[in-house]
Design a binder for this molecule. Structure first.
Ligand SMILES: Cc1ncc(COP(=O)(O)O)c(C=O)c1O
Length: 415
């Protein structure tokens, strides 16, 4: 049978996930990968989780192995409210302000379903978290791509674009700004307090919602913790997305949406048609884990490890790339990523072939754009490679850049 005529316009619009394809081809012996954005499995609390899982299955099977409510396990929502109070100083929330999702990825899909139509507009960062792009693309909205600077989105450009939409009479079609406020994936950047406040002012002036996606905020290893945009706005027009993927385990597939009750109700409707409910088993395990242990105390050793790796990586990049002009990288204060920019004319996707030969893997930056990409960028993650590999990988990166420059006749200026 020829299936072509049967596929929907939506599914035909979906491109394959380039990161997965690239990583699939890069599995040879001795490869050092800066590619993966996944936590170090050695940081998973396996003993504690296996004990709790056993207890939950034995003692709470009537709930944990049964269907649950679409909104999510009340025990988990209760624990999460406690956590937000303790660590984010966010008070006055009750269970109806929260919905549990199957990872934050589902939350992004729900956001797309609830807010976006083909004639809608939304603003996203340039570069954007790939998974958000995939989720929103299904709704085929109009994107306004806002360049990221060292201190977050360029809000002057955002304001200009909003003004333009207003003048064209289309501002009611503008739904939200999507932002990863802390240690951005892929760019490692954090939105400053000033910009957080200004973004709220713009949201009030132009009447839009802010989607604050914050999987990495708890992984701060230096610098001052900042209030979430959600906290600053008292949750009025901000929807906060969180996940246990980077602080406990991505295999649990647990995310949390925090927001206005009216919005949560709509999101529950959207989720019902997707999976009825998230895993009752992993929700209850997570709830009991949070009840028994202080989640943030538990991740302190992980944060310490990531900080040491980040320091080693920054030192290695300085050693091997520091003398190159027009080569720069983000020095993150937390999270898993840095973002390297090479001189104009470099194409990191094309350069990937040489990188593979030299057994070093990164993610070419062009995968993180919903419109015209910048081709001279790359995402590099420091959480998985060993300390030796962070150094050796940086050395190989230098060799890759040199060989590519030579092959393409690109000048590689030394400072
Ligand atoms: C910015 C951002 N949002 C959402 C997600 C999705 O996380 P999960 O579905 O595992 O909760 C990720 C995962 O890497 C991410 O980096």
């Amino acid at each position: 049978m020829n299936f072509e005529s049967k596929f929907s316009v939506t599914v035909n619009r979906i491109k394959s996930n380039i990161i997965r394809e690239l990583l699939k081809t890069a599995t040879a012996e001795g490869i050092i990968s800066f590619g993966g954005g996944i936590p170090d499995p050695e940081t998973f609390p396996i003993k504690k989780l296996s004990e709790i899982s056993n207890e939950v299955i034995m003692n709470e099977y009537k709930i944990a192995l049964q269907y649950g409510s679409t909104e999510g396990d009340p025990e988990l929502r209760k624990q999460y409210i406690r956590l937000l109070e303790k660590y984010e100083d966010i008070t006055c929330l009750d269970e109806e302000n929260l919905m549990i999702t199957t990872g934050s990825q589902q939350a992004l899909f729900i956001i797309g379903t609830v807010f976006l139509d083909e004639d809608s507009y939304c603003a996203v960062s340039k570069p954007i978290y790939l998974g958000a792009g995939s989720a929103f693309n299904q709704r085929n909205p109009n994107y306004i791509s806002i360049p990221l600077e060292k201190d977050g989105m360029n809000l002057d450009i955002l304001e200009k674009e909003l003004k333009k939409l207003d003048e064209e009479g289309k501002i009611d079609k503008f739904k939200f700004v999507y932002t990863v406020s802390n240690f951005h994936n892929p760019a490692g950047i954090t939105l400053t307090l000033e910009k957080r406040k200004r973004l709220i002012e713009l949201a009030e002036k132009y009447d839009f919602i802010i989607i604050e996606d914050d999987p990495y905020g708890a992984l701060r290893f230096e610098g001052e913790k900042m209030p979430s945009i959600f906290k600053l706005n008292k949750g009025e027009r901000v929807i906060l997305l969180n996940t246990f993927s980077k602080v406990l385990s991505p295999g649990l597939r647990i995310g949390v949406i925090v927001g206005n009750k009216e919005l949560i109700k709509k999101m529950v409707l959207a989720k019902q048609g997707m999976d009825l409910c998230s895993s009752t088993l992993t929700q209850r395990i997570t709830a009991r884990f949070m009840e028994k242990y202080d989640l943030f105390e538990e991740i302190q050793p992980t944060i310490k490890l990531y900080k040491e790796k980040k320091d080693k990586f920054m030192e290695s990049l300085e050693k091997y790339l520091g003398d190159l002009e027009e080569v720069d990288w983000v020095r993150p204060e937390g999270g898993l990523f840095s973002w390297i920019t090479l001189p104009e004319g470099f194409d990191t996707m094309e350069m990937f072939e040489i990188a593979k030969e030299k057994k070093i893997i990164y993610i070419p930056g062009e995968t993180f754009y919903v419109d015209e990409p910048e081709r001279n960028t790359m995402r590099v993650s420091f959480c998985l490679p060993s300390f030796e590999d962070l150094e050796e990988g940086s050395k190989r990166l230098r060799a890759t850049i040199e060989e590519y420059a030579k092959k393409k006749g690109l000048p590689l200026k030394i400072k």
